[in-house]
Ligand binder design. Structure first.
Ligand SMILES: [Fe+2]
Ligand SMILES: [Fe+2]
Length: 196
């Protein structure tokens, strides 16, 4: 079977469109985090956004490989989430769910289909991207949980906090509101996430 006549080809198109949207969605969320002065959360969201950009790039490359000529007017044929409003915590939680669904259901199914159709390279791509989406889900859940329970910058025991701007470190219960060295706001203190 030729790739461009396969289900896998349509799945690559749908995945490309989904990753492009996610790239932008995380830019929206990063903008929201910046507005809330959570600059390290902004940084984490920008990194996830960058990951989605590169996932989109790899799906786009796989689509282009299906035809040596110019490819015109491919139809996207999938539903996409439009759940997020402009609430940072809720957006983090909803995105974590979407990432989980993407990794455990959508890309897992796309990978199975690609295997069934004999497209091993494309199957491997879906599997590799699914693994990253799983990490995104965990990271987003961790950030959301810490914002929700107020532990993003405040713990019950001393924690080593590090200013992302000047590198100043302090082991205390609560990250300094203002860095004693460079006077940066608390939102520049690096996040303490289970995954690092
Ligand atoms: Fe992605
Ligand atoms: Fe993701």
């Amino acid at each position: 079977m030729e790739l461009k006549n396969s289900k896998t080809f349509q799945n690559l198109i749908n995945a490309f469109a989904g990753e492009c949207q996610e790239h932008v969605r995380y830019k929206f969320m990063a903008y929201g985090a910046k507005t809330a002065k959570l600059f390290e959360v902004e940084c984490a969201l920008n990194e996830i956004s960058k990951n989605e950009f590169h996932h989109a790039r790899m799906f786009y490359t796989a689509i282009q490989k299906a035809d040596n000529g110019v490819i015109n007017n491919l139809n996207v044929n999938a539903g996409y989430p439009f759940k997020e409003k402009w609430d940072l915590l809720q957006n983090l939680q909803l995105s974590a769910q979407t990432e989980d669904e993407e990794s455990t259901k959508i890309y897992a199914e796309y990978a199975r289909t690609a295997h069934d159709e004999g497209f091993c390279e494309e199957a491997a791509l879906f599997e590799l991207v699914a693994a990253v989406e799983h990490c995104h889900s965990m990271q987003l859940n961790n950030i959301a949980a810490q914002i929700k329970d107020g532990t993003l910058y405040k713990r019950g025991e001393p924690v080593k906090w590090k200013c992302s701007n000047c590198g100043h470190e302090e082991t205390v219960n609560e990250a300094p509101l203002t860095c004693p060295l460079c006077k940066s706001e608390q939102g520049y203190v690096k996040l303490e996430l289970p995954d690092g």
